[in-house]
Design a binder for this molecule. Structure first.
Ligand code: CTP
Ligand code: MN
Ligand code: MN
Ligand code: MN
Length: 425
């Protein structure tokens, strides 16, 4: 028996862009389950179901306290029948039978392994699965020809499936900053994506590049990429030129969610920490602030799968542990044993924006994806405006609304400003 009067009932606005969502999560048991269902729906190419589970997870993530009973959820937005069933089962039994059986489902595991390859999406993975391909070994043996992106994805599979730490993101930032000022003094880079939102790890590192004098940013990406390539920092890159000016339908009416900035999807070769001393205190390693060697690229590496000589010298990694890690890394799907290489592969996204569009690009590339989705939905449904990473168009006044900061964009949209660290919906 629950006395309603004593139950803390939560209240949450329905658009993610109206809420403050910090990186921490008081309901991770529930949100992990719903995120897994979302992921599975996305892997099955069911975007609508995926978004529904993402929305449900995001509402729970925004709650100030752990949920203890269903009564507390009364009146909360975005919680559909399916999500509520899953939540109830977890509150009652500690786990969801649907989620648990999904985790052990062969098809799910195969989808995860195959879409874990950079350059492989849900459709390609499913086509392979129908041919009986469930692992990277089977993919290699199948003789399928892979495109350049997928080849890089297979080659660096283990590294790219290892979360990027903040220390590694900082090391990448130093490299990109050096490249950018070398090819165009006065150009500016800004860390975007999850790390700008204060996340401690990410699947990649995202940057926005601009120059305060409009027009100076033209042609910048190819110069940055050349610099990075000639200095040996790139394992892979694919650059797409700016197609914004060519769009006939006007900037605010771009049909797809994709923006048209010049961009580069890349894989960096990031040097691991190189040690000068034989021993280093654990605490110092963990801060990522250890002494680094010459050059901007060294970084503390305290993951356990990449084993290099520097870790061999410390006393907390034994030979048997290394062997076990290699085994596991292979079982996880990697084709190669964990390398004894002194570097690791890291996914990096670079975007170049003209200065006049910088605020929109920054807002659009900071995320989270659900926060962005709801910003655009809010603009359209509540304000009759069209927002994308280039501009904000007022459909009633039939004019573009200029902005030089994120704060101004929120103000145009009639929203309270939410800082990046609270956009983790
Ligand atoms: N983005 C985009 N167009 C793309 C890819 C990404 O506009 N083709 C935007 C997304 O909307 C998101 C931001 O770029 O807001 C960062 O995307 P991503 O790196 O995928 O996600 P993160 O939030 O950084 O999460 P993670 O830590 O996993 O990288
Ligand atoms: Mn359902
Ligand atoms: Mn990112
Ligand atoms: Mn990214």
């Amino acid at each position: 028996q629950v006395d309603d009067a004593e139950v803390m009932v939560f209240s949450v606005p329905s658009y993610a862009c109206q809420r403050r969502t910090t990186p921490d999560d008081n309901n991770s048991l529930l949100t992990d389950a719903l995120s897994l269902l979302a992921e599975n729906a996305e892997l099955c190419d069911q975007e609508g179901r995926g978004v529904a589970f993402r929305r449900a997870a995001a509402v729970l993530k925004a709650l100030p306290k752990p949920v203890t009973c269903m009564t507390q959820l009364r009146g909360l937005p975005c919680l559909g029948g399916h999500s509520l069933r899953v939540i109830k089962e977890i509150l009652d039994n500690g786990a969801s039978s649907e989620v648990e059986s999904m985790k052990h489902c062969e098809r799910y595991k195969a989808r995860k392994v195959l879409t874990g390859v950079f350059g492989v999406g849900a459709k390609t993975a499913d086509r392979w699965i129908r041919e009986g391909i469930h692992t990277l070994h089977q993919l290699r043996d199948s003789g399928h020809s892979l495109n350049r992106t997928q080849k890089a994805g297979v080659e660096h599979y283990d590294d790219l499936n290892q979360p990027v730490s903040k220390a590694e993101a900082d090391a990448v930032e130093e490299i990109v900053a050096k490249a950018v000022v070398s090819v165009l003094p006065g150009a500016q880079i800004t860390l975007t994506g999850g790390f700008r939102r204060g996340k401690l790890t990410g699947h990649d590192v995202d940057f926005l590049i601009t120059h305060p004098e409009e027009g100076r940013e033209e042609g910048l990406m190819s110069k940055v990429v050349s610099w990075l390539e000639s200095h040996g920092f790139l394992l892979y890159q694919k650059t797409t030129r700016n197609s914004y000016l060519e769009s006939k339908d006007g900037p605010a009416r771009i049909a797809s969610n994709m923006d048209r900035f010049e961009r580069c999807f890349s894989i960096f070769k990031l040097a691991k920490e190189v040690k000068r001393e034989t021993k280093q205190p654990e605490i110092q390693r963990e801060t990522g602030l250890q002494n680094t060697v010459e050059g901007p690229c060294s970084v503390g590496d305290h993951t356990h799968i990449q084993v290099d000589d520097s870790i061999l010298q410390t006393d907390h990694t034994s030979q048997s542990q290394i062997h076990a890690d290699e085994q596991r890394s292979c079982e996880d799907g990697g084709l190669k044993p964990a390398g004894h290489k002194p570097w690791r592969a890291v996914r990096v996204d670079l975007v170049v924006s003209p200065f006049s569009q910088f605020a929109f690009a920054l807002l659009g590339w900071t995320g989270s994806k659900l926060f962005e989705r709801d910003l655009r939905r809010w603009a359209g449904q509540e304000k009759a405006m069209s927002l994308n990473s280039h501009a904000l168009y007022d459909n009633t006044q039939k004019r573009y609304l200029k902005a030089t900061s994120e704060e101004e964009i929120f103000a145009h949209l009639g929203l309270e400003f939410i800082p990046p660290s609270e956009r983790n919906a």
